[in-house]
Design a protein around this ligand. Structure first.
Ligand SMILES: Nc1ncnc2c1ncn2[C@@H]1O[C@H](COP(=O)(O)OP(=O)(O)OP(=O)(O)O)[C@@H](O)[C@H]1O
Length: 285
């Protein structure tokens, strides 16, 4: 889980974060949203202890952000300025594996899973934006973190990569990883989470999208759900692996599917988009 308490950060006399407090439960995927320059990267970097906040504390997976033990439990996908152009993807991942006390087998495994194995031995200076994103994502999850912070993970990804990374994030969350994901891609956030934290004037505005509108979810699962326990839940069946579930039943159905090891392959909110909330909060036309 993630707990942020009264976190403040000023740059010179400009207040970017103003005593921010929030908590994200274990296994949740939560979104962080806000206009350019509002302070999302500052918040994530402060949570990681990479920027020293002026005030406040952060605890992730039970570890305080001031402790080095935290880095064994938390993964952070930063922007690509942290990459070294003269090193290969393999060099980068080997370094992270070494720092995390993992064998080099972990490098091969994670590269296959994320899909950057094809150009692993190429220098990063020759990478496209999407190729760098793959490498940054692989570096952030190579150690199966308990908490995962992602800064703009979807930038520059082609549709196949986007689907794969979305699936990996969901798999990690289903296994108990808490995910905090900063993105300008509201469509993607609509697909992945119902918990959104909007950053405005240094403060956090939390919205549980399920509380705002009466909507349902179209779920696509891996296998046909079977068993008596599904019988009492009102669902609209589309086909063997697709059905619509009302918002109030989503948590229950998700729990049952997790128990049956039947992962949700896709989830789509019907009727509503967080774009409406974004406009309302930032008062855009
Ligand atoms: N090292 C720094 N020194 C001074 N001001 C900074 C520094 N880093 C960031 N800022 C300022 O802090 C504010 C927040 O920046 P930050 O990068 O956190 O925004 P962001 O929400 O991540 O933006 P974007 O969506 O464009 O990535 C901006 O006004 C920026 O100019």
């Amino acid at each position: 889980m993630i707990s942020v308490q009264e976190l403040s950060k000023n740059y010179h006399d400009k207040e970017v974060l103003s005593k921010i407090s929030f908590a994200i439960e274990q296994g949740e995927i939560a979104g962080l949203v806000g206009p350019n320059g509002v302070g999302k990267t500052t918040l994530l970097s402060s949570m990681m202890g990479l920027i020293k906040p002026d005030h406040g504390t952060v605890t992730m997976a039970g570890e305080l952000f001031t402790k080095t033990e935290m880095y064994q439990k938390v993964g952070f996908m930063q922007d690509n300025t942290v990459l070294y152009p003269h090193l290969t993807g393999y060099d980068h991942l080997s370094y992270v594996a070494y720092a995390q006390n993992l064998s080099l087998d972990a490098v091969e495994q994670i590269s296959k899973r994320v899909g950057n194995d094809r150009y692993l031995h190429q220098k990063v200076g020759e990478y496209s934006l999407g190729m760098k994103q793959h490498l940054l994502f692989a570096s952030a999850i190579i150690h199966q973190p308990k908490v995962l912070l992602l800064d703009e993970p979807f930038n520059g990804l082609d549709p196949t990569s986007l689907i794969r990374i979305r699936e990996i994030i969901r798999e990690l969350a289903a296994q108990g990883t808490t995910v905090f994901l900063s993105s300008h891609n509201l469509n993607e956030l609509d697909r992945m989470t119902r918990h959104i934290y909007f950053l405005k004037d240094g403060e956090i505005i939390y919205r549980d999208l399920a509380e705002h509108h009466d909507f349902s979810y179209l779920l696509t699962v891996k296998n046909q759900p079977v068993g008596e326990r599904y019988q009492d839940i009102q669902v609209e069946v589309i086909n063997e692996t697709q059905f619509i579930v009302k918002k109030e039943n989503l948590d229950l159905v998700t729990r049952l599917l997790n128990k049956d090891e039947n992962p949700i392959v896709d989830i789509e909110r019907t009727q509503f988009s967080s774009e409406n909330l974004y406009r309302e909060i930032y008062q855009e036309a």
